[in-house]
Design a protein around this ligand. Structure first.
Ligand code: EPU
Length: 414
């Protein structure tokens, strides 16, 4: 199985230098690709990241047959496959799909999707296990979809994107309330609006979608994938831990306000340049408490890399993960590397720094913690081996090559 071998530079002497450009956004590209099912012709997608999740989504869309069935084996491999269900229901009046797989970060229920589809005229006609043990659902809309007023029980990113797409072909307008406000939702709405949709309010908690009574969109304007804000944030953290000087290019700073605030509190200086942001390791890192929140709060996807930073702070940091309940399990591995992390409960970790880290053999539990391991290994003493790097390749394009170019000692082995 492929793995990364990393020789760490040790925490005291920063050894990375140069510039690195942020790759294209996974979580903006996935819903845009899913929305191609709402078009009468195929839109163009520019600048998509070359990562495993995008390959899976493309395969999934290509697997749709004339009745709207998808390849269930592909769908169950990744969580974002749920994004095609709304468009399929809207276009074919029916969708069968497996409970989506993905990261091991918590329960990941799909109730807000099912409730939404029922509110707009769909009906869950079947949910049960196949002989192979897969949980399969079938939703049908026998009378077609009718615009509705739907309030999300929790703010859900893909839930909001999914309902926005489902409502697009319905008869009549839909009002969605308590929507998530992540930038990826706005990117999707902008793309759809440029191609004939009328979606208002994306980026706020209330979104109105004008129903098109089954009329498909016509591809006029291509989708241009924006920079990945989570990768950008992770690279900033890496720079704060290990760079003599690192310029991060292709970064949308305004999408990372909560991280910049936390880095500022940690004593990390960032300087705006013409093309990006310059970051370097400060003499001393202050402890910082963070609490993950929906956007514009501190992103849960940046929690694991930030915890690595906290291991190098002088004092105690409290990391409070409020979105997912399984997203602190990786801290056990940080402890194996020499960190002092006490798990107070499934949502809160107390990190006491600073502690030297030592190279270990690690297995990526999910893509965000996987890259956090890479960062920890880069500042550790000795060699680390990181296994299950499919998880990292799901979200970060050629990360090993790009890190090598700024001085990291990282190799991919088969
Ligand atoms: N939730 C429910 N019921 C549902 C759906 C969600 O209770 O039906 C809960 C979740 O359990 C969680 C909260 O709602 O507690 C928010 O989850 P959300 O639905 O927003 O997550 P998601 O849409 O499945 C997206 C990203 C995740 C990111 C989260 C939170 C994509 C493809 N995925 O997931 O990204 O962590 O939002 O920001 O956009 C990643 O890229 O590594 C990743 C996991």
């Amino acid at each position: 199985m492929p793995a990364f071998l990393i020789k760490g530079g040790g925490a005291s002497v920063p050894n990375l230098e140069g510039e690195i450009a942020v790759g294209s956004s996974k979580n903006a590209s996935l819903p845009a690709l899913a929305s191609s099912l709402l078009f009468g012709d195929m839109p163009r997608f520019l600048n998509l990241p070359e990562i495993e999740d995008i390959k899976r989504m493309s395969e999934l869309i290509l697997s749709v047959d004339s009745e709207g069935n998808v390849d269930l084996d592909i769908a169950k491999r990744f969580r974002a496959s749920i994004l095609v269900v709304g468009p399929l229901l809207a276009k074919f009046g029916r969708a069968s799909f497996p409970h989506p797989g993905g990261c091991l970060i918590g329960a990941r229920p799909i109730d807000v999707f099912i409730n939404g589809w029922e509110a707009i005229g769909g009906k869950l006609v079947k949910s049960g296990k196949t002989d192979g043990g897969n949980l399969i659902y079938t939703v049908e809309a026998p009378g077609g979809l009718t615009g509705c007023d739907y309030t999300f029980k929790v703010q859900s990113v893909t839930g909001t994107e999914g309902m926005m797409m489902t409502a697009l072909l319905a008869k009549g307008d839909t009002v969605l309330r308590n929507c998530a406000m992540e930038p990826e939702i706005e990117y999707l709405a902008d793309f759809l609006n440029k191609n004939g949709a009328d979606i208002r309010g994306a980026g706020t908690t209330e979104i109105t979608v004008a129903g098109r009574s089954g009329k498909l969109l016509r591809a006029v304007s291509p989708f241009l994938a924006p920079p990945d804000r989570i990768e950008a944030g992770t690279l900033l953290i890496l720079g704060a831990l290990a760079a003599r000087s690192l310029e991060i290019k292709n970064i949308n700073k305004c999408e990372l306000a909560s991280l910049f605030a936390a880095l500022g509190e940690a004593g990390v200086e960032t300087i705006e340049t013409k093309n990006g942001v310059l970051v370097k390791k400060p003499k001393k890192i202050n402890p910082v408490n963070i609490k993950t929140k929906e956007y514009p709060g501190f992103a849960t996807d940046l929690q694991a890399p930030f915890s690595v930073l906290a291991t190098q702070a002088s004092g105690q940091s409290l990391i409070h993960e409020t979105i997912f309940e399984g997203r602190l399990a990786y801290t056990e591995d940080l402890n194996r590397m020499g960190a002092k992390v006490t798990l107070m409960d499934p949502h809160r970790a107390l990190i006491t720094g600073h502690t030297p880290l030592y190279g270990r053999e690690l297995t990526s539990p999910d893509l965000r913690a996987g890259l956090a391991y890479v960062i920890a290994a880069l500042i550790a003493e000795g060699e680390s081996k990181i296994c299950n790097i499919y998880q990292i390749d799901r979200g970060y394009e050629k990360i090993d090559e790009r890190l090598r170019a700024i001085g990291a000692d990282i190799d991919r082995i088969d």
